[in-house]
Design a protein around this ligand. Structure first.
Ligand SMILES: *Cc1c(COP(=O)(O)O)cnc(C)c1O
Length: 456
C-alpha cells in the first residue's frame, strides 16, 4: 500500500474485493428482497455530503453509506412484492455473469474486437428470432432498452422508405400507431421527425381492420411508411392483431415494427403463444430481456428481418473505424444495427443464464407469472367490492375498487408501501383511475395477492 494513489487505483486490493464480494453475496441471498422506501432528498444529500473531494475515503465507509443510506432509498424492483410499472426478476446466474461482464471490461462493439462476446450474444438473438419465426437471415443486437430498440428500428423504417420513395430528409412521412403504443414510440417519432398517424381502436387492441380502414379513408398526402404493433401493451398487457396488421403492412408497403418490450417473453409460453401469430411478418422486433426474460438492466434486443437495411442506416463512418468494416461474410458488428457505438456486451448475462438453466425453466417461469395473473383475476372476480376492468391477456391485471376516487387509490398505494406489503401504483384506463398489478416475478404468489387485496 505504499504506491501513489493513482497507481493504487488499478492494483488488485484483496480487502476492497472482499468488501464488495461479501456485500454482493449478501444481496444475492436476501430472501425475501425487502421492498424498501422512497427517498428523502435532504437525508440523502446529508449522507453523501463531503464524499467526493480531493482525497479518497476508506472503502468500508463509502460502502456503508451505500448499503445503509442509499440502497434502502431504492425501491427494489426485484422484490416479488413489486407489482408496479414493469417489475424485474433477474436470475442469479444472470446477475453473477453481469459481474463477469463488468470485471472483464467486456465490450461488444465490433467483430474485430469482441468476436467471442458477439458470437454468444448472436446465439441468444438467434434463439429469439426462431421463437418469433423470423427467417434465417434475421439479426440485430442488444441495446439499453425498448426505447433504444424502438428508436433504432424506426430510424431504419424511415430511411428505408425515404430511399425507396425518393424523398428528401425534410419531406413529411408518417408511421401508423394505435393510441395504446408505448410512450417511447411517441418520443421516437418526435426525435426522428416522423409524424404519428394515430389509428383509433375499438377495444384498445390494434387490428388489421382498424389500420386498413384508417389508411383507406386517409386524405393527407404525406405517405404512411410504417406501422407499430405492440405485442403486450404495458398498461394492460394487450397483444395487438399481429397477423392482421402484418397483412395490411404488406398490402400497403409499410415497414412492420413489433414492440414486444414487455410482452415478447410470451413467445416462450405455450398457453399464450397463439396470440403472437403474425409476429413472423415483422420487419423489426424489440424485446426487453431486462423485463420478462429475467436479465439484469440494461438489456433489450432489436432484431431485423433484413439486417442489411439497418446496417445501411446505422453504420458510422469515421476513418479510425474503417478497420472494423472488412465486409468478410462472418463479420457482425453490433454497432451497425442501432444508433450506438460503444456498448457493453449486455446480452451475455442472458446468454449465460439461458445456457445454465435451459429454455424450459424460462418457459415455466413465464407461465408461472401468467398463472398468477389468472389467479389474481379470480380473486378479484370473487370479491364483491372489486371489479375486473378486463380479462388479463398476459400478466397485467387491471381492476377497480367500487366507490373509490383517484385519491383513494393513491392513499392505498402509499399505505401498502409504507407497510412493506407491496408496491402497487394506480394507472389510468379510459379516463378513470384504476388499480394495476404487473406480474413477472416467479416468487410472487397468489397468497401475496390475497394479502394485498385484503387491504382494499
Ligand atoms: C418498457 C417498454 C418500452 C420501453 O422500454 P425501456 O426498456 O424502458 O426503454 C417500450 N415498449 C413497451 C411496450 C414497453 O413495455
Amino acid at each position: 500500500m505504499s504506491e501513489a494513489p493513482q497507481l493504487r487505483m488499478h492494483t488488485y486490493d484483496a480487502h476492497l474485493a472482499d468488501l464488495v464480494f461479501d456485500y454482493m453475496r449478501e444481496r444475492l441471498q436476501l430472501d425475501p428482497v425487502p421492498l424498501d422506501h422512497p427517498g428523502e432528498r435532504a437525508k440523502l444529500e446529508a449522507a453523501l455530503s463531503g464524499l467526493l473531494g480531493e482525497q479518497g475515503h476508506d472503502p468500508a465507509q463509502v460502502l456503508s453509506v451505500y448499503a445503509e443510506q442509499l440502497a434502502p432509498a431504492v425501491i427494489s424492483c426485484d422484490s416479488p412484492r413489486f407489482l408496479s410499472f414493469i417489475p424485474a426478476a433477474p436470475t442469479k446466474a444472470a446477475l453473477l455473469f453481469d459481474m463477469v461482464v463488468s470485471c472483464a471490461s467486456l465490450q461488444g462493439i465490433s467483430w474485430l474486437e469482441a468476436a467471442g462476446a458477439i458470437a454468444a450474444e448472436n446465439q441468444v438473438l438467434r434463439l429469439i428470432a426462431d421463437l418469433a419465426g423470423l427467417p434465417a437471415g434475421a439479426g440485430g443486437c442488444f441495446v439499453t432498452g425498448g426505447s433504444a430498440g424502438n428508436l433504432s428500428a424506426l430510424v431504419v423504417a424511415r430511411d428505408t422508405a425515404r430511399l425507396r420513395l425518393g424523398l428528401g430528409a425534410y419531406d413529411r412521412v408518417r408511421i401508423a400507431v394505435s393510441d395504446q403504443a408505448h410512450s417511447s414510440v411517441g418520443n421516437t417519432l418526435r426525435i426522428i421527425g416522423v409524424e404519428a398517424f394515430v389509428v383509433p381502436t375499438a377495444d384498445h387492441r390494434f387490428t388489421g381492420a382498424d389500420l386498413r380502414a384508417a389508411l383507406t379513408h386517409d386524405t393527407d398526402d404525406a405517405p404512411v411508411i410504417g406501422v407499430v404493433a405492440t405485442a403486450g401493451t404495458t398498461n394492460a398487457g394487450i397483444v395487438d392483431d399481429l397477423a392482421g396488421l402484418g397483412e395490411v403492412a404488406r398490402d400497403f408497403d409499410l415497414w412492420y415494427h413489433v414492440d414486444g418490450a414487455y410482452g415478447g417473453a410470451g413467445l416462450f409460453a405455450p398457453s399464450v403463444r397463439a396470440k403472437y401469430a403474425g409476429i413472423e411478418l415483422a420487419d423489426s422486433f424489440v424485446i426487453d430481456p431486462h423485463k420478462w426474460l429475467f436479465a439484469p438492466f440494461d438489456c433489450a434486443a432489436v432484431l431485423y428481418r433484413q439486417p442489411r437495411l439497418a446496417k445501411a442506416v446505422h453504420t458510422q463512418d469515421a476513418s479510425y473505424l474503417d478497420v472494423i468494416h472488412t465486409d468478410t461474410p462472418e463479420e457482425w458488428n453490433p454497432t451497425d444495427y442501432a444508433y450506438h457505438l460503444t456498448r457493453r456486451a449486455r446480452g451475455l448475462p442472458l446468454w449465460f443464464s439461458l445456457a445454465v438453466h435451459g429454455t424450459d425453466a424460462y418457459r415455466d417461469a413465464i407461465e408461472g407469472a401468467l398463472s398468477t395473473a389468472r389467479q389474481a383475476a379470480d380473486l378479484i372476480r370473487r370479491n364483491p367490492d372489486l371489479e375486473l376492468v378486463r380479462e388479463p391477456e398476459l400478466s397485467v391485471v387491471l381492476f377497480r375498487r367500487k366507490g373509490w376516487e383517484p385519491a383513494d387509490y393513491h392513499a392505498w398505494s402509499r399505505r401498502l408501501l409504507a407497510g412493506q406489503v407491496a408496491f402497487v401504483t394506480p394507472t389510468g384506463w379510459e379516463g378513470e383511475t384504476v388499480a394495476r398489478f404487473a406480474f413477472l416475478h416467479p416468487e410472487t404468489t397468489a397468497a401475496m395477492v390475497g394479502e394485498i387485496l385484503a387491504t382494499v
